[in-house]
Each structure stands twice: as C-alpha cells, then as structure tokens.
Design a protein around this ligand. Sequence first.
Ligand code: GSH
Length: 218
Amino acid sequence: MLALYGHPFSSYTWKAQIALHALGLEYDFRVLEAEFPEHGAIVAQHGGPHAKFPVLVDDGKVVFEATSIIEYLNQRFPADLPLIPADAAAALDVRTMDRVFDNYVMNTMQGAVAEAIRHPGAPDPVVLAEVTAQLRRTYAWLEEWLAGREEGAGAITLVECAAAPSLFYADWVEQIGAEFPRLSAWRAHLVALPAVSQCIEAARPFRSYFPLGAPDRD
Ligand SMILES: N[C@@H](CCC(=O)N[C@@H](CS)C(=O)NCC(=O)O)C(=O)O
C-alpha cells in the first residue's frame, strides 16, 4: 500500500493528499508527531536536502517534493481525468501554474509563518508587510489569470492540488478581499471540493498550530 509521510496541518502534505484523494487511492497516512519517531526518521533520510515533507513510499520507491509526488502518481495511476494533461502544451500550462502557486503564494505565505515562529508574539511588522504586499500582487495577477480560465466542473489537476492549500492558508495571512472577486470565488470552489475538504477537516484539530492565530472562518 502507498504510504504518505506528512502532517494533517501541513500545506504541502495537503497538496499530495488532494492528488491521492482525487485519484481515489487508499494510502497509509504516517503522521509526523513526536510519538512516531520512526516517521520522522524516514523524512530525515528521504525528504531531500532539507528533510521536508511530504514523502511518498510506494513499495520501496520513495518520492519527495509534493509536485514530484503528483507527477509520480499521475504516471503510476493513469486516470480518465489525469492530474497532468497528456497534451504537452496543456501540461506546460499546468506545470507553470504549479510553480506560480508554490513560489508566489505558498512560499510567500510561509514567510509570514516563519517570521511568527522566529519571533513568537512579536513578528517584525516590516516582514509581515512585505509578505502581504507580495501576496496582494499575486492575488491581482491571479484575478486576471482567472478571467481567461475555463473551469472544468470539479476537475482536479496539479493546478488545483497546488492552489487549494496555498490559497487556503494565504487567505489567513492576507484575506482575499472583495477587490478580487474571481479569486475569492475560486478559493470557495476549491475548499468545497471533497478531495480538499477532507484535508481541511482533518487539520481542524490542529488550528492552534498556526503561529499567526487562525482566523474564525473556514
Ligand atoms: N518544496 C517542498 C516543500 C515542503 C515543505 O516546505 N514542507 C514543510 C511542511 S508544509 C516542512 O517540511 N516543514 C518542516 C521543516 O521545514 O522542517 C515540497 O514541495 O514538498
């Protein structure tokens, strides 16, 4: 059976989980908590240069990096609605947007989280202001991108896998306001997808982990 090492509150773990859920795959979720040091040992050994999670293990084959896990699942479990389109031009577009969500939403949002962890209770307002400005710039770009996008009814690709967790948590750092109506509506659509809402519910008991304080919504 597939095994995924990660944590229910971790955005990049969600990214891999959403793909697993979309493909309808069963997997053994090996949660990283102090009571399971053997899970941490796998991530330390296989989680790449900085020992990050998620890590997927499939019958001895180990894959790290959420995007690579999704690429792997897409190859290993061909589906009628693939996570990455077979058409090369369409696949390039999907992979480009995956980079946009990781680099300009997820990792930007994590900058605020890292600052709050570095200075508990007193994050540097300059750092937080930089993060929110960068997020707003990305939101404006995504608002335009969405204007030209056709939504596949409920379809989940690598784009949705990357977008759902990154927009979910970015909104907690800098709320996607009424000036971004398409992005706001798309986030609502994403969080309602069963493959995503499963992650949200599993993470709910851990909301106190959010170092900036989880807002009272979602
Ligand atoms: N580029 C990696 C990033 C993974 C990542 O940042 N994971 C976080 C959890 S969301 C993590 O491992 N945090 C623990 C740490 O940095 O030690 C990916 O796409 O999988």
